[in-house]
Design a protein around this ligand. Structure first.
Ligand code: ZN
Ligand code: ZN
Length: 271
């Protein structure tokens, strides 16, 4: 699966309980690694949302492959609460195959930020799953002419620039936000999600009979989105992690039936 949104492209595969991984270009980082996939091997930065194996089983595979093929060092961001377990597991995997992985584990808490490329930062936020979990914003900083110089003629601006006057302001926007597995209350906890340019959000359940189950297992039901449909101002809402009991056609029908005009901005990352 590959989706393109202007300058940003998203590659990956996602099905609830099976595998979920994404690569985001730029900067080429990975959000979760599923059960491992060759499409992940170029990622120098990998961010794991939680310890469920449909999201992180592939981690030793990715590190092993990168070690054997000269991929260089890998930085692995993860919820601080699972860092010890992850480190021990990776150590065992390396010992099992007599290999040495080259990686830096970065335990993260909500609000922690890592630079991932020119003008690009990943910031962690709290999500609401049944095990310790984080979501990640990919933010981009942009420079634009400061408001106070909006009416200044070009030659004057050039002169100011030559004199070393700072005529630009720096602003930051959430370019893409990814929640991993989470119950719908993440949307109330982290309102920035409604405004992120691209929101990559799980929608595991569609059947009205599964609403209670979704909440119990820390997942989102299409009705959770329907209830908040008028709050999403994102350019694109990309749904992922669909349960294997549903087909893509069922998801498409439910989006049209339940989400009203929001449906026009919805895509799915299901494969
Ligand atoms: Zn999952
Ligand atoms: Zn999970």
């Amino acid at each position: 699966m590959r989706l393109t949104f202007g300058d940003l492209s998203l590659e990956g595969a996602s099905r609830g309980g099976d595998r979920t991984w994404f690569r985001v270009h730029p900067p080429g980082l990975a959000f979760d690694v599923g059960r491992g996939a060759l499409g992940l091997m170029g990622a120098r930065d990998v961010f794991v949302t939680h310890g469920h194996l449909d999201h992180c089983l592939g981690l030793p595979f990715v590190l092993s492959y990168r070690a054997r093929h000269g991929g260089g060092s890998t930085r692995v961001g993860c919820p601080a609460a699972i860092a010890d377990a992850l480190a021990g597991w990776l150590e065992d995997a390396a010992r099992l195959e007599g290999a040495q992985y080259d990686f830096e584990l970065v335990p993260m808490e909500p609000g922690d930020r890592l630079s991932v490329g020119p003008d690009l930062t990943v910031e962690a936020f709290a999500t609401a799953h049944v095990v310790p979990s984080l979501g990640y914003h990919l933010t981009r900083s942009r420079r634009c002419l400061a408001q106070r110089y909006r009416d200044t003629p070009g030659p004057e601006l050039a002169a100011l620039r030559r004199q070393g006057v700072e005529i630009e302001d720096e602003s930051e926007e959430d370019w893409l936000s990814y929640c991993g597995d989470t119950a719908a209350r993440v949307l109330d906890q982290e309102p920035r999600l409604f405004a992120s340019r691209i929101l990559l959000l799980e929608c595991t359940f569609l059947d009205p009979a599964h609403r209670e189950q979704a909440a119990r297992y820390g997942h989102i039901h299409i009705d959770d989105l329907a209830e908040r449909a008028d709050r999403f101002t994102n350019e694109h809402l990309v749904l992922c992690h669909l349960s294997r009991r549903h087909t893509v056609e069922q998801l498409r029908d439910a989006v049209v039936e339940r989400l009203g005009s929001l449906a026009e901005r919805v895509e799915w990352a299901v494969a």
